[in-house]
Design a protein around this ligand. Structure first.
Ligand SMILES: Cc1cc2nc3c(=O)[nH]c(=O)nc-3n(C[C@H](O)[C@H](O)[C@H](O)COP(=O)(O)O)c2cc1C
Length: 259
């Protein structure tokens, strides 16, 4: 049983990188990935329990809220960190309602939403190298605050626009997923099927076929070693991007333990 548990969702690696940076400072931490079924949901033994996740369309990705509702926290010190490209959205507030957060913060990073905008768009505008340095520094600061038991004495914000945006996202996302296409460059490696957190991709005649349960994380597209997956016109020419410290195999782990 580890002293700390961080429940993490990550589509293109930013949140896993942030979670690992925090875990390295805390020591003795399990990072439990909230992709498919989390390895465990009972963290009542832990001294500190954290949630690290990205903002998707102003809200939480996929089934994160459902997973968080299943987690047992005991009397741990709780913290939440949201990663986003432009604004943090309502995700922290939703988690705070389920497990009141002693400490929370947001860390902006490169945008993972390739069909909407290039990865270089973020607030503040920074080069990928500077964005990574800044995110690491902010994650280290969050870890120092968490170690010091710092508390944020107000609830995370819940802007009305983000509430609306996140409520329509699941429907839009399913529509958008109809734009998935696989090019001749596909070598049938099957990584997309293995990395999909929803189990939404199956191989038919060795080629990926997308089901109707996509949550838009784009792990399949961003990590495809052949850049063979597209999602509408803009992705045909846009540079792929994922966090520089995270490989596809990392996202497929169920639990990552950091001593
Ligand atoms: C489907 C999707 C929706 C997103 N929506 C938002 C958003 O509403 N606001 C925002 O600031 N960033 C948004 N982003 C950007 C991510 O929050 C940001 O890139 C984050 O760092 C990704 O974390 P990850 O690499 O751990 O998945 C979105 C990304 C994706 C893939």
């Amino acid at each position: 049983m580890s002293e700390n548990v961080i429940f993490c969702f990550s589509g293109s690696g930013n949140c896993l990188d942030i979670a690992r940076t925090i875990a390295k400072k805390l020591g003795d931490t399990d990072i439990v990935m909230m992709r498919r079924e989390p390895a465990y949901t009972d963290a009542s033994h832990a001294r500190r329990v954290g949630f690290v996740f990205p903002c998707y369309a102003g809200g939480l990705p996929g089934r994160v809220e459902e997973f968080v509702s299943q987690i047992k926290v005991g009397d741990a010190y709780t913290f939440g960190v949201v990663s986003y490209a432009g604004y943090p959205g309502v995700g922290l507030r939703h988690i705070d309602r389920i497990h009141p957060l002693a400490y929370w913060t947001g860390i902006s990073h490169q945008s993972a939403c390739i069909w909407l905008m290039p990865h270089t768009l973020m607030v503040p505008p920074l080069s990928p190298e500077r964005a990574q340095q800044r995110a690491t520094k902010l994650a280290e600061k969050a870890a120092a605050d968490i170690l010091a038991g710092k508390r944020v004495d107000k609830h995370p914000p819940e802007p009305a626009f983000n509430k609306l945006e996140s409520s329509v996202w699941p429907t839009l996302c399913k529509k958008k997923a109809k734009d998935f296409a696989v090019s001749y460059a596909c070598v049938s490696c099957g990584q997309c099927a293995r990395i999909c957190p929803q189990g939404n991709i199956r191989l038919v005649d060795k080629k990926p076929v997308f089901g109707d349960n996509c949550i838009g994380c784009l792990s399949c597209l961003q990590f495809c070693p052949q850049q063979a997956i597209n999602m509408g016109g803009p992705t045909l020419t846009r540079e792929r991007w994922h966090n520089v410290h995270v490989e596809a195999a990392d996202l497929m782990e169920k639990v990552i333990h950091i001593d």
